[in-house]
Design a protein around this ligand. Sequence first.
Ligand SMILES: Cc1cc2nc3c(=O)[nH]c(=O)nc-3n(C[C@H](O)[C@H](O)[C@H](O)COP(=O)(O)OP(=O)(O)OC[C@H]3O[C@@H](n4cnc5c(N)ncnc54)[C@H](O)[C@@H]3O)c2cc1C
Ligand code: SF4
Length: 555
Amino acid sequence: MRLQYTNHIDCSEEEQPPAILECDVVIVGTGAGGGIAAEILARSGLKVIMVEEGGLNTAKDFKLQEKQAYAELYQEVAGRQTKDKAIQILQGKTVGGSTTVNWTSSFRTPKQTLNHWQQEHDIQGLDDKNLAPWFAWVEKRLNIKPWTVAPNANNQLLANGLKKLGWHNATIPRNVKGCANLGYCGMGCPIDAKQSMLVSCIPMALNLGAQLITKARAERLIMARSEYGSEQSSDRVRGVWLTSLDKYGQVKQKNVTQILAKHSIIAAGAIGTPALLMRSKLDKCNPNIGKRTFLHPVTASIAQMPEQVNGFAGAPQSIYSDQFLWRDGVKGELGYKLEVPPLHPVLASTLLRQHGQQHFDLMQNFTRYQANLALIRDGFHSQSNGGQVLLDSDEYPELDYPLNEVLWRSFKDAMLKMAEIQFAAGAEKVLPLHMDAQPYKTWPQAQRAIKNLPTKALRWQLMSAHVMGGSAMGANTNNSVCDSLGQVHEVENLSVMDGSLFPTSLGVNPQLTIYAISCKLSVSLVQRLQQTMSIKLPDDLAVLSRAIPNNATFD
Ligand SMILES: Cc1cc2nc3c(=O)[nH]c(=O)nc-3n(C[C@H](O)[C@H](O)[C@H](O)COP(=O)(O)OP(=O)(O)OC[C@H]3O[C@@H](n4cnc5c(N)ncnc54)[C@H](O)[C@@H]3O)c2cc1C
Ligand code: SF4
């Protein structure tokens, strides 16, 4: 059955949106955080408008073609990078946000992370016990279950190497329904099997009367009294200014529409949310905005196997290892999670950066490559402070993420472990993703070489698909942006609900944490709004709401 996307305005089309639109709640961004919030608020009877800078692309538009998908569904055509170009950043820019293009791995937040947040970042009400019912609700809603189909060869080889070495390995739960095991999740699921926000919460909200405005960038918040940064500061927002975009995402008309709302939710992702708060000058009164942005920076190792691997086919991620995630305790040397990426030719060729004949030769064996990833758990060590979102002269965001010794030590350790796993799984050659590395034929040879690889930005090929932080939660206004219910400290009717809320990275792929926390925060927002509006939480969520502590203040 085709999903219905009613009540939709596409600003790239001829007609401009109305100059003023009114609603109860405006939600900026339709990814993991914004999508969940839209469903819960609409089901509670609130008039919701969702704003998305990407387009409405659905199953019929997904052609399993990298060249099309990266251009149409990703931020900066999948070429977003940190300021020094050292880390490639993948983020979605389409209805459903990064959930439309993600790889479906669904993990609950580790206990260690939640305890650390409570102890070191004054976060209240988000411990393991408190979050359990919210995780359960989301898991049911998005059909999150362990993947029972046999892993594809790319994942199976990770499992084989781990087993041979006696290291931890386990199956990844996925948010899919009727998955045909195609392997093209990163290009948008062509059969609506992936339970992303695009096919679940957003159509539900639209069916209940919510409105969706696409190719519309939230430019800045409309402050109630005066702009921050001027002498008198404001404590309320009236809504957001929208800029319309053309079909290529270029500015069509700045500040074309005002959306006036009783409450505003920013869910534009961990680069987009701080950027919008900064364009609105809120960083003048809260300098924590845009700081401590984390990436789970990823280093990778490619192995040439004797057999065909065809890393583009089959569920992209189904095996993981936490053998080294907490290798030196929570606050010690940065630990890492091991997984594999899907290997599609364009993405793989940008990673295999050698040039000319050498690159051509490498790509000849593409179907026999297996790849391991290590996702570094940044933000827990005293010297791991992440990056900072900055605005360029056009007020467009960029992320400055300096690399330092504590990260280099971790990248090197992870590279050694990944190569060891690949040789244990039967690799003929292993190629660490580093500009100065060669394909190595034996583990001792690789071990010697990796130990000597220069730890320099742009030599080491790094990437991330997990941007987090920059609008951190916390009770202490000196080191956070929002309280534990996501409300921006200085502004009464402004919330953040996305991955930018995290005070550190997670140590697991982020989507399920974002869903569960946004679910809890949306329900608490409805509880607050129902004091003055005749709205009602649906029964399944009203039951859960009893778990919300009232120790984070709203008024
Ligand atoms: C290729 C890829 C694979 C991934 N695989 C996994 C996985 O397997 N498991 C997992 O847990 N996580 C995965 N992730 C990460 C996960 O999808 C994200 O962490 C999560 O979706 C982030 O949610 P969010 O709400 O913070 O932001 P997003 O989901 O990124 O949504 C933010 C939305 O806001 C929009 N936006 C930004 N600025 C504005 C503005 N000013 N005005 C209007 N709209 C704006 C963006 O276009 C975007 O649609 C993956 C991500 C990628 C890119
Ligand atoms: S692997 Fe499953 S969820 Fe991913 S694109 Fe294929 S059918 Fe969709």
